[in-house]
Write a protein that binds this ligand. Structure first.
Ligand SMILES: O=C[C@H](O)COP(=O)(O)O
Length: 252
């Protein structure tokens, strides 16, 4: 059975005191079980503090992006070695907001995925279609191309360890959740793409999250689907209580 992953993506929210308060309120309650792991994707300035505060607990800390290069003249960027050095364990790659607003491409997502594994960071690779693409029946093609590009050249073991987050862009922060059937249909397709391009074992092992207006009220139904192995959650991950309810649903 694949272990569920509940990841809260805070995006550009919270001040340091609020971030610390959140981890203090959750770190001893979330417990890694056979069934679920819990991750908080925090802004860069808070990462060292949050890693320190969560040491020895089952709450894991992720970055929301990174560069693919080790170092150099990339003003404002953060490298994979910097993240690994301070004890970050996961990194979100190719979030639609990064693709749309910060020129992230399939090619850079792939480079970043390679760089993440080179530093023992687990990538959470985001894919998903716009409303226009869905209405033009292009969802499966778009997502398939994004997945193939992201995992190109990774070893079978690396693909097995990758987390793919299917986030239909029209469902992000809009309150419009994909129905559980719509979400599962795409996640099933993603698993098949991985199985066909890498191996049946990789298709079976890769974990696929759904993201887009997930909240305590709809998470159970989404997680009950055959190919949804977790959730990448924005708005509903900002409050400790709500995040804990999401993790609890993942542990069922
Ligand atoms: O990374 C999280 C997603 O963008 C979903 O955000 P949301 O839960 O606020 O819709």
């Amino acid at each position: 059975m694949r272990k569920k992953v509940i990841a809260g993506n805070w995006k550009m929210n919270k001040l340091l005191g609020e971030a610390v308060e959140f981890v203090e309120a959750t770190k001893n309650i979330v417990a890694s079980t056979e069934k679920v792991e819990s991750v908080v994707c925090a802004p860069f300035p808070y990462l060292p503090t949050l890693v320190e505060k969560t040491k020895g607990t089952d709450l894991k800390i992720a970055a929301q992006t990174m560069h693919f290069e080790e170092n150099g003249a990339f003003t404002g960027e953060v490298s994979p070695s910097m993240l690994a050095d301070i004890g970050v364990t996961y990194v979100v790659l190719g979030h639609s907001e990064r693709r749309e607003l910060f020129a992230e491409t399939d090619e850079t997502v792939n480079k970043k995925a390679h760089a993440a594994f080179a530093h023992k960071l687990i990538p959470i690779v985001c894919v998903g279609e716009t409303l226009e693409q869905r209405e033009a029946n292009e969802t499966m093609n778009i997502v398939e191309n994004q997945v193939k590009a992201a995992i190109a050249g990774l070893s079978e073991e690396q693909v097995k360890a990758t987390i793919i987050a299917y986030e239909p862009i029209w469902a992000i922060g809009t309150g419009k959740t994909a129905t559980s059937e719509q979400a599962n249909e795409v996640c099933t397709h993603i698993r098949k793409v991985v199985a066909d391009t890498v191996s049946a074992a990789a298709g079976d092992a890769v974990r696929i999250q759904y993201g887009g207006s997930v909240k305590p009220a709809n998470v159970e139904e989404l997680l009950g689907q055959s190919d949804i192995d977790g959730a990448l959650v924005g708005g509903a991950s900002l409050e400790a209580d709500s995040f804990l309810q999401l993790v609890e649903a993942g542990a069922k």
